[in-house]
Design a protein around this ligand. Structure first.
Ligand code: HEC
Ligand code: HEC
Ligand code: HEC
Ligand code: HEC
Length: 155
């Protein structure tokens, strides 16, 4: 019996060959480098996820070294505002004690205005508001108010 190969078979084989090579080439470029290193996911995603630094330390951590400031704060209206609401995440600084590792807000009109700027929609009885366009303009807030003890006015 003579073996007879229908002509469409080699053509199909070539077409498949092209598709498979194309697939392999595309796959090579589309699959991230570290995919499958540990499992069915991109291994480098673990490094990406570990990157964001630890954030807040909680203000109790600040008292150990800055009890003087807490003493001021607890006598006045900012008693309930935690250190890190104004100074940002402080864990790095708690560990290092370095000045450069903690944010020192400027005490500018924008910084205090974040909470105290006058907005029609805000309840006045909850938080005191001042009209930034009128209240002692031309000066930063901390030129008069101590940020840790706002009613202990600076002269
Ligand atoms: C282990 C001790 C320690 C702890 C805990 C600590 N600090 Fe400090 N902090 C320091 C020292 C030391 C300085 C530098 C003191 C100086 O030069 O007057 C400092 C300075 C600062 C400054 C001034 C930064 C500047 O640019 O002038 C701020 C603001 C501050 N700390 C906030 C905080 C906050 C908020 C916390 C809690 C999240 C905290 N600290 C916890 C030791 C500490
Ligand atoms: C309402 C916002 C606010 C809160 C809450 C706050 N701070 Fe501050 N803090 C400031 C501002 C603004 C300055 C910059 C003052 C300046 O430059 O004169 C400052 C400065 C500092 C400084 C450096 C200058 C100084 O007075 O010794 C330290 C240290 C500090 N803060 C620690 C703390 C700690 C600790 C807490 C919590 C117990 C705290 N702060 C809570 C706004 C705040
Ligand atoms: C995270 C929000 C927040 C920030 C930022 C903030 N404050 Fe306050 N402040 C409060 C709250 C809450 C009170 C207590 C409620 C009240 O009396 O308005 C208060 C009270 C006050 C008061 C007394 C108001 C009164 O009714 O007697 C003054 C003055 C004041 N803050 C000044 C400042 C200054 C100056 C800054 C910037 C250094 C500042 N605050 C930043 C939240 C904030
Ligand atoms: C020149 C000094 C000075 C400056 C600068 C200043 N204040 Fe005052 N602030 C005062 C005095 C004095 C009072 C009390 C009398 C009054 O209400 O005007 C006061 C009152 C307040 C009150 C209480 C208002 C109320 O209705 O009970 C808040 C809140 C306040 N200031 C926030 C700020 C903020 C935020 C800034 C910066 C944008 C700022 N102050 C800048 C002197 C100052």
């Amino acid at each position: 019996m003579k073996f007879y190969l229908p002509p469409q078979i080699p053509r199909l084989a070539i077409a498949f060959g092209i598709f498979i090579s194309l697939f392999l080439v595309l796959r090579h470029f589309l699959v991230p480098d570290t995919f499958g290193e540990y499992g069915h996911y991109r291994a480098a995603s673990m490094i990406d996820n570990a990157k964001p630094e630890l954030h807040y330390a909680g203000q109790d951590a600040c008292f150990k070294c800055h009890q003087d400031i807490q003493d001021k704060k607890s006598q006045d209206v900012h008693v309930d505002i935690h250190c890190e609401s104004c100074h940002g995440p402080g864990e790095k600084h708690v560990i290092s004690s370095k000045v450069g590792d903690i944010f020192r807000p400027s005490g500018s009109r924008e910084v205090c205005g974040k909470c105290h700027a006058l907005y029609v929609g805000k309840v006045k009885s909850t938080i005191a508001q001042v009209d930034l366009a009128k209240h002692n303009i031309g000066k930063n807030c901390i030129e008069c108010h101590n940020p840790h003890q706002p009613w202990e006015m600076k002269k």
